[in-house]
Design a protein around this ligand. Structure first.
Ligand code: BGC
Length: 753
């Protein structure tokens, strides 16, 4: 008998089965393993060692010499093989058509915050607290990058950064492990998609593994000391999140971690990454980070470098050539077990197979409409808009309709290069839309005056000051774009002073003296200190380096087309002397008390007590983690917990009512923190556990819910176990990490019976 219902159900089940299938099925895995062992069986020891080598082709003397090495199977990967597709295709052709086994090369490049369409620097993206949009931006970056034959990016960077002196804080996702983890996972998904073999996606690389952001004194490449619990509870968290998101590769860092350099560290690379997390992709060293172990004083020579790195679990060597020069002899002399070589080769081949390089080794067919596609620019505008953080507003923003004349001032008002930020090798400043352009294009009936005031942010001369002051005098409002040149942040670009560089502070004072209402827009690669300028300004918008669409995004927010909604992903110190200052610190035995608030900067007071603070600076940051104003107001109320006793294995629902109590539609990032009041090791005063972006119209209310489980409360404890310890917890929900912005409630995590 014909049973349409039954057939429908079967079809539905089949469909469900296919949709629910993981990206890689068991069959795929078996085929993959067979392919790897088949290749390994055919490879000579030299061909195996070749797979471990990553060259920068610029460093090779001649093209003919390079091709010969490829032909011999002497290299497995290139980084920065030109910005064009032709070079990559030419080299790949030699590998695939002329080498004995035809194993394809893999081409890597730093696609950090966009390829041609440049998005905000990663720290700015983190200020959006919007994983979906960040994922979309990474997918766009991948789609553009594959146009030139890039197959693998050295991103996302997820080093926890608590020190704004460190230049690479710009590339980081801030100070919080949960926020950085969610965004790192989002970027991983964006770059890689559901299936690495998708021709529009590229392999991601989590870097810099691990602890690199904790460089002593904020000096790049400096040593780091991170106790194991802190390493696991903070620094490793985003890496684990990226691995769980299906990450293909990991980069071992430059730093010395507790005495063992990260590129020779078997504990982090084998024990944690492989044994505990089950990572099955490959590890690439950072640029010569392996041979730098000689300078660290961890290896006597290149031979020892090769021995220690391969045994520790670095699969591919970037730029330096210790593997090429020494692994064969180390194995033949019996000092290095051949299994380490085979494992490393297998890891690299696995990712090449998953990327589909054996079937599709060459760049995708060229499509000229992809780079800077209007949709990409629109996403860049949206993400830049959401990354802007309003830090002060004395009812001057958005610019009022009756404002007739606007003075656009400052070295970053019309600076197409610096607005793009650090680490964007494929950027083209000609693509940039600057704030001045955006204001001029949308002037309507308004008069737009312009005076740069200074040539660049670092300039030390006043010759353009008077024109800037004149422009401010003639205007109803002055919008002053200041900050950092892009090259003041990024790798090896740390600063000991983190105030506005050059004579910008003087320029701002001169504009302030005109008494024309002044809006400061700061574009920078790090949190800067600007206490006096904050007083002088009527409004202050923190813009990071916003990318190609900086102008339109800033125009949108400054004129009120959208309300600002970014929140700080990192605490802002009042003075560099407070560094490191971060919200999820531990309490000490003598925490400062409320009567210590308000100590003026730089003027030592009589001590008020024996507590942990400074005599010449407030103990609080200038702006706390999670902070950011809107043009509307949000009211939090009615914090409710579904229970005040959480039993192991059960859930606790936290509900808060959020109301847009102002006059403008806007988005708010609702943040949930917990505090574990007592532990077998001391616990942070607050830890972010969850967050959500919520859009509300004026007057609109919404119940926002979060679910907390025992696992959310777990941490690596005194016995180095990942457990939630029974006892009292506090839950805090609100619009920033500052106590005054949070509603609080408590619950008890009960013991397992
Ligand atoms: C940086 C990495 C980067 C690599 C390749 C190194 O100097 O530390 O972040 O991916 O160079 O360009």
């Amino acid at each position: 008998m014909f049973q349409p219902q039954l057939i429908k159900s079967i079809l539905f089940l089949l469909l469900f089965f296919f949709i629910a299938l993981p990206a890689q099925s068991l069959d795929d895995k078996t085929l993959e393993n067979e392919k790897i062992s088949g290749l390994l069986a055919k490879m000579t020891i030299d061909e195996k060692i070749g797979q471990l080598a990553q060259f920068n082709p610029d460093a090779r003397p001649t093209e003919a010499g390079l091709k010969e090495i490829i032909r011999q199977g002497g290299v497995g990967s290139f980084l920065n093989a030109g910005s064009d597709r032709e070079t990559k295709e030419k080299l790949q052709r030699v590998a695939v058509e002329e080498s004995r086994l035809g194993i394809p090369l893999i081409f890597g490049r730093d696609v950090i915050h966009g390829f041609r369409t440049i998005f905000p620097i990663p720290l700015g993206q983190a200020a959006s607290w919007n994983p979906l949009l960040v994922e979309k931006a990474s997918a766009i970056a991948a789609r553009e990058a594959v146009q030139t034959g890039v197959q693998w990016t050295f991103a996302p960077m997820m080093d926890i950064a608590r020190d704004p002196r460190w230049g690479r804080i710009a590339e980081s996702l801030g100070e919080d492990p949960v926020l950085a983890g969610e965004l790192a996972a989002a970027m991983t998904r964006g770059f890689q998609g559901n299936n690495l073999s998708d021709p529009n996606r590229i392999a991601a690389c989590a870097k810099h593994y691990v602890g690199y952001g904790a460089a002593e004194g904020g000096r790049d490449y400096n040593i780091t000391f991170i106790p194991e619990q802190e390493l696991r509870n903070v620094y490793l968290v985003p890496f684990k999140a990226a691995v769980d998101a299906g990450l293909a590769t990991v980069m071992s860092a430059f730093n010395d971690l507790n005495g063992v350099p990260a590129s020779g560290n078997a504990f982090t690379l084998r024990q944690v990454l492989r044994n505990e997390w089950g990572f099955d992709g490959f590890v690439v060293s950072d640029w010569t980070s392996m041979t730098e172990m000689i300078n660290h004083g961890y290896c006597a020579d290149e031979r020892e470098v090769a021995l220690k790195s391969l045994a520790a679990g670095v699969d591919m060597e970037m730029v330096s050539e210790s593997y090429r020069n020494h692994v064969k002899e180390l194995i033949e002399s019996g000092q290095l077990d051949q299994k380490y070589l085979d494992q490393a080769v297998a890891n690299i081949l696995r990712i090449k197979i998953r990327l589909g390089l054996f079937e599709n080794p060459y760049p995708v067919p060229e499509d000229k409409s992809v780079l800077l596609h209007p949709d990409h620019l629109q996403t860049a505008r949206e993400l830049a808009g959401q990354s802007l953080v309003l830090l002060k507003n004395k009812n001057i923003l958005p610019v009022k309709p009756d404002v007739k004349t606007i003075a656009i001032i400052g070295p970053l008002a019309d600076n197409p290069l610096d607005q793009l930020g650090t680490w964007a090798p494929d950027r083209n400043p000609d693509d940039s839309v600057t704030p001045l352009q955006a204001f001029r294009e949308n002037a309507g009936g308004r008069k737009i005056l312009f005076a740069k005031g200074m040539e660049k942010p670092r300039s030390m001369d006043r010759k353009h000051f008077s024109a800037a002051v004149d422009a401010a005098k003639k205007a109803d409002v002055a919008i002053v774009f200041v900050g950092e040149d892009e090259l003041l942040s990024g790798e090896a670009h740390s600063r000991a002073f983190i105030n506005l560089p050059g004579l910008q502070e003087e320029l701002i004072a001169a504009i302030a003296a005109t008494k024309t209402p002044m809006v400061l827009v700061i574009m920078a690669g790090r949190p800067l200190t600007f206490p006096t300028q904050l007083e002088q300004a009527d409004a202050l918008l923190y813009a990071w380096h916003p990318g190609t669409m900086a102008g339109p995004a800033l125009y949108d927010v400054l004129t009120g087309a959208i309300a600002p909604s970014g929140k700080l992903p990192v605490s802002f110190p009042r003075t560099v002397g407070q560094v490191p200052i971060y919200y999820n610190h531990r309490n000490t035995g003598r925490p400062p008390t409320a009567d210590m608030l308000g100590i003026p900067l730089g003027t030592p007071e009589d001590p008020k007590g024996y507590v942990s603070n400074y005599l010449d600076a407030d103990f609080t940051p200038q702006f706390p983690f999670g902070f950011g104003l809107s043009y509307t107001t949000f009211t939090y109320s009615a914090l409710k917990l579904s229970t005040d006793k959480l039993l192991p294995g059960q859930e606790l629902t936290v509900t808060v009512q959020l109301k847009n109590s102002g006059l403008m539609a806007a988005e708010e990032v609702v943040q949930l923190y917990t505090r574990d009041l007592t532990g077998s090791i001391t616990r942070p005063v607050k830890e972010l556990k969850a967050f959500r972006r919520v859009a509300l119209k004026p007057g609109e209310k919404q119940d926002v819910q979060f679910v907390i489980t025992e696992e959310d409360l777990a941490f690596w404890n005194a016995e180095m176990k990942f457990v939630a310890e029974p006892g009292k917890f506090e839950v805090m929900v609100g619009g920033s990490s500052a106590d005054g912005d949070l509603l609080k409630a408590g619950f008890v995590l009960e013991k397992q019976n």
